[in-house]
Design a binder for this molecule. Structure first.
Ligand code: SAM
Length: 266
């Protein structure tokens, strides 16, 4: 069966067997796992994972790939294929018998950030996630305060998950090769919440506003959300910039902002 890779679906198929083996080893699948693959494509990872778990789910948008995937994978295990857009997929449907999901995938890079945000909303039913992403996106996820890559993605991901880079891979492992290096990241939702956040919406609003003008001081970027006395109350200097604030400090700021109704009226 012939299939030409489609750019609009972010199709860069893995063909390097040693890379595939390393990813499977990092996932370390067990027969009792509730495994879900996003974007199985032609089954490069699926065909190696399936014999180890016996049955798993796969979510694929490109309908033309499905007969190919069935032909390659059905002989090695029970694959439930969900022909749908993962951004609209209800992950809670796969959470059965109290078994948290293990989600894996060589993700389509064009939708990786919205997809990560969609998955974070489901962190409570996820045991872990292993994703191939653009290296630069993994740099941002793993960055700590003071690092140039530290931003909204770092804060939002680290609020829900532990972030570990597993390996970095050059373009030659894929067909067609992407223009950038890639990394595999392991995201493990925290068992207990690392910071207390009183108002989720306000937290997101504060983080977004702070990084939307990252060169500005917090006093300026958060002018409409946090008043001078609120900075003082939580002991955060308003002349600092967003990129210096830890997750805990963002939580403190948003908690104080959610106590008062608005910031300065100046
Ligand atoms: N897992 C395969 C591999 O490693 O060779 C394919 C990886 S390829 C980078 C991304 C896969 O995600 C493609 O199969 C593509 O069709 C699929 N895909 C793209 N957008 C998607 C979406 N919104 N929902 C589900 N799958 C999608």
């Amino acid at each position: 069966m012939n299939h030409t890779p489609r750019k609009r679906f972010g199709q860069n198929f893995l063909h390097d067997q040693s890379v595939i083996r390393k990813i499977v080893a990092a996932i370390n699948p067990h027969p009792s796992d509730n495994l879900v693959e996003i974007g199985p494509g032609r089954g490069a990872l699926t065909c190696q994972l399936l014999p180890l778990v016996k049955s798993m789910h796969a979510i694929e948008l490109d309908r033309d790939l499905i007969p190919l995937l069935e032909a390659t994978c059905q002989p090695v295990g029970e694959l439930s294929i969900h022909s749908s857009d993962v951004l609209r997929f209800e992950f809670s449907e796969l959470y059965r018998d109290g078994k948290p999901l293990r989600i894996v995938g060589n993700l389509p890079y064009n939708i990786s950030t919205p997809l990560i945000f969609h998955l974070l909303q489901n962190a409570g039913i996820i045991r872990d996630m292993h994703f191939m992403l653009q290296k630069e996106v993994v740099d941002r996820m793993a960055a700590t305060p003071g690092n140039g890559a530290y931003g909204r993605l770092s804060v939002m991901v680290q609020r829900y998950c532990r972030v570990e880079r597993v390996l970095t891979i050059g373009p030659g492992a894929f067909n067609p090769p992407p223009k950038v290096d890639s990394s595999v990241v392991r995201l493990t939702p925290w068992e207990s919440i690392p910071v207390m956040i009183n108002d989720e919406e306000r937290f997101q609003e504060v983080v977004r506003a702070a990084f939307s003008q990252r060169r500005k001081t917090l006093r300026n970027s958060l002018r409409s959300l946090v008043a001078s006395e609120q900075f003082e109350a939580v002991g955060i200097d308003p002349v600092r910039r967003a990129e210096t604030l830890s997750l805990e400090e963002f939580a403190k700021l948003s908690n104080t902002a959610s106590n008062g109704d608005q910031g300065e009226s100046r």
